[in-house]
Unconditional design. Sequence first.
Length: 330
Amino acid sequence: MGILTQASLNCPKFKCVSSGTLDSGFCIGENSGIYYISPCTDYQESYCPPDFGIKNVSCEIPPVLTHTKYPGEKCIQDTDCLYGTCTQNVCLGQSLYSNCQAYGECNPGLRCMSGNGKCVPLGNPGDTCDSDYDCLPELGCDDGFCKPYYSVENGEWINNCTNGESNICKSGQCLYGYCIEGLKSQNVPMGCGGQSDCVSLDLSDQGIEFYTNCTCGYNTKGQSYCYLFPGDDPYVEYIQIRKQWIDIGIMNKCNTVRRWSTECMISQYKKSFSMEYMYKEIRALYYPMIYGMDSCVGQVAYNQYYQADEFINNISIWNILGFGLLSILV
């Protein structure tokens, strides 16, 4: 589909420039509402902080990340683990009925019960809950009760419909407490000058209009775009890969707060799947931010999306050439 261009918000532009265009040691420079980006090339100072609030940003030594792994995820040393210890290359958290203060402390299959501060088993379908994290990883919390994700058909009732969306509905879309077919944008991408441009007319014959938000992104034109609806193709693909992750059946190896985490997907399953998931998630949820974005801008502003896109493209190229890279990397 072509771009249906409306008026635009007053957005900056983001453009790639060749190495050496900016002053030595700088990776971002701003002039008259245009941000010029040149990825860092120094071996040590190879990180460009995505700080677009200042005129000039210099390359830095990449930050060292510690304490990022949750119970059940692979590790090398104790400092890798946010909670617990690294035992046999896996972060080991609090066990059944051990004391806890947060969901993330408990081992996979457990939750931190707020009432008594103990790690207890995750809830089954129909059990009471305060959040999704109280339920088995394939279940969400629908107004106090655990229910399977994406299980309720269009026209059927759900208890919790927030801003027209529900991850209990098969479509991801709801209205007045009922699951409905996913609504679609008038066009994807949809240029906008305000929220009134970001409307779905799918239910206009019933006098109902749904809106998403209009926002600036990191594109070269300074054009603002609308966020997607659950019925738009990139969003549908995102819901489909979430269902696929559920069907694979190993979410129970993740800590309850990491059920949708690509880190757990890498640790417990395949890097190729985690990259595809990350790509589709960011594309669906942040479409107006990344549409029309130069590659080097993505490398700085949305590095995870950039890495996932590169990974997927490389696999596609190698598979076309018949080298079977996919079978090597997964």
